[in-house]
Design a protein around this ligand. Structure first.
Ligand SMILES: N[C@@H](CCC(=O)N[C@@H](CS)C(=O)NCC(=O)O)C(=O)O
Length: 225
């Protein structure tokens, strides 16, 4: 099984977390779709030019991070079970909320942070920030009485949340939300998440250094007792 990915890509990281959590062997193939030559070749594998893509041993190509994780969970039933049937709807709904409202808004805020000052903060950005705040508050409420986003078992929703909430700290510091902040600390204490963060850091730091307007990951403050 081959995974076409990039260590700094948050969508790739979702899948890597699932692979590491389940200890599934795979062949990693690093791709940089922003290189035009690489992109042209890669589009023969994924016509959208998006990473990640999973190629199964029978040559089937699977696109979209959440579908790849679903495939892995079906084929490799070992723990953790990432899409528990009983919690399926909630897991999927949280995954969508993170992908669309948190990650989507994060991308809008990121693009805005790289515009000239006088061009920033337009209507679309204000709307994105509102959606982002609503989605973070939604997760904060979910985490009131549970360890992971869909209950006591680590799931697809958490594979999606870990890289998204890491990169979110570039443009939005959510540490006024204690449940979400403590949840991020719990995520970082999982070896699969820590490994993915370590592997992505080098490339991410290179990308941050090349930005016209500098950004930094807001560090997670230490937990108060
Ligand atoms: N909906 C896709 C999104 C994947 C995606 O946007 N990947 C980014 C990297 S994080 C990418 O390939 N960007 C290159 C491009 O858009 O050309 C998924 O869930 O896998």
């Amino acid at each position: 099984m081959k995974l076409y990915y990039n260590p700094a890509s948050s969508y790739s990281q979702r899948v890597l977390i699932a692979l590491y959590e389940k200890d599934i062997p795979f062949t990693p193939i690093k791709v940089n779709p922003s290189d035009p030559e690489v992109r042209e070749q890669y589009q023969k594998i994924n016509p959208f030019g998006k990473i990640p893509t999973l190629e199964t041993d029978s040559g089937e190509l699977i696109f979209e991070a959440c579908i790849i994780i679903e495939y892995l969970d079906r084929q490799f039933p070992q723990q953790p079970c990432l899409l528990d049937r009983e919690r399926m709807l909630e897991i999927r709904s949280i995954e969508r909320i993170i992908d669309v409202y948190i990650n989507g808004s994060r991308e809008v805020l990121f693009a805005d942070s790289q515009r000239q000052l006088e061009l920033r903060g337009k209507k679309k950005v204000i709307k994105a920030r509102r959606l982002l705040e609503t989605a973070c508050n939604f997760l904060e409420a979910k985490l009131q009485d549970r360890t992971w986003l869909a209950g006591e078992q680590f799931s697809l929703a958490d594979c999606t949340a870990a890289p998204t909430l890491t990169y979110l700290r570039l443009v939005y510091d959510y540490q006024h939300l204690p449940n979400l902040t403590n949840y991020m600390r719990r995520l970082e204490s999982r070896s699969a998440v820590a490994k993915v963060q370590r592997e992505g850091m080098v490339r991410m730091n290179q990308m941050l250094a090349a930005l016209p307007y500098p950004l930094e990951l807001a560090p997670l403050a230490h937990a108060s007792c």
